[in-house]
Design a protein around this ligand. Structure first.
Ligand SMILES: [Zn+2]
Length: 297
């Protein structure tokens, strides 16, 4: 099969792009391209918007046998047992709080609302965007916010020029087809000096480098973009942002993963070793998730 010429890197816009491999999974076969300059990768040709919509309609269903109250109970219980979403949300919101004085916060793809809740707790006035009606019902219960029922529509973007002081996309950008247009839309909605916080799986992490083509985050058509730190930073600086801070965060439910080890002493030692490894990776910014904070210049 003749392959389409691969366009410039969608992250850093370098022309040194090349076909990498074809990812096959239950949903289809997806050619993956990679940039020799920044190391980022992406699905190309891009799936159509229709194909993506059909995928989420089919596979991204919430448990149908649960009422909203029962699902809310389950969400709260999971978060009490393994409070990763709360910890992540509080950390990112706290960083936004130190980087901007303004009070208007936009949570794009708010999920169950943990980031919105953290932003409310930090004193922000919060607007949440969430396409899933079930998730919006959970957000309402968690925060009393009424989330807007979409992602970034042109109408919403045009109605909010310079309207926000902080915008958060947590585990969202890796799903989006036109990342350059999205960054421009977000820039247009930020006030002068406002802060954009992007959290994505880190394609340049130590674990990703070891796994290569088997990286668990290469999961099209759900994930269609795989960003390195250089790639994500250049995507932003190339579109009028200045990088304020970049962190990596490694979070694995170590205790849950190790719960099968029968001897407590062994379990504790393994947990200490794993946590020490994650700390070392994050100290060198080679951890599992990339958090980039960028200021609208
Ligand atoms: Zn690149």
């Amino acid at each position: 099969m003749r392959r389409l010429p691969i366009p410039k890197c969608l992250a850093c816009e370098s022309a040194t792009t090349t076909f990498w491999f074809e990812k096959s999974n239950d949903h289809g076969r997806y050619p993956i391209s990679r940039c020799k300059s920044c190391g980022s990768a992406w699905v190309y040709p891009r799936p159509s918007e229709d194909a993506i919509r059909q995928f989420y309609e089919k596979y991204n269903r919430h448990p149908v046998d649960l009422s909203i109250d029962a699902l809310f109970g389950r969400v709260l219980q999971q978060e009490r047992d393994y409070p990763n979403s709360t910890i992540d949300a509080q950390r990112m919101v706290a960083r936004c709080r130190t980087l901007t004085r303004g009070g208007k916060f936009l949570d794009v793809g708010a999920g169950y609302g943990f980031s919105s809740r953290a932003a409310l707790d930090a004193g922000f006035e919060v607007t949440a965007l969430e396409p899933s009606s079930v998730s919006r019902a959970i957000i309402k219960k968690l925060t009393d916010l009424t989330a807007e029922p979409n992602m970034l529509t042109d109408a919403f973007v045009q109605a909010h020029p310079g309207g926000f002081d902080a915008i958060l996309l947590s585990q969202v950008l890796e799903h989006m087809l036109d990342v350059q247009a999205v960054i421009d839309q977000l820039g247009s909605m930020l006030a002068q000096g406002g802060i954009l916080c992007l959290a994505v799986p880190h394609f340049g992490s130590t674990i990703s480098r070891v796994q290569g083509k088997r990286d668990m985050f290469i999961s099209p058509p759900e994930h269609v973009n795989f960003f390195t730190r250089a790639g994500l930073e250049k995507l932003l600086t190339g579109r009028g942002f200045a990088i304020a801070q970049t962190d990596t965060v490694s979070r694995v439910d170590v205790d849950r993963k190790l719960a099968r080890l029968p001897v407590r002493r062994v379990r504790d030692a393994a947990a200490r070793a794993a946590n020490a490894m994650f700390s070392a990776m994050d100290a060198t910014k080679t951890g599992m998730f990339l958090n980039v904070y960028a200021r609208r210049a």
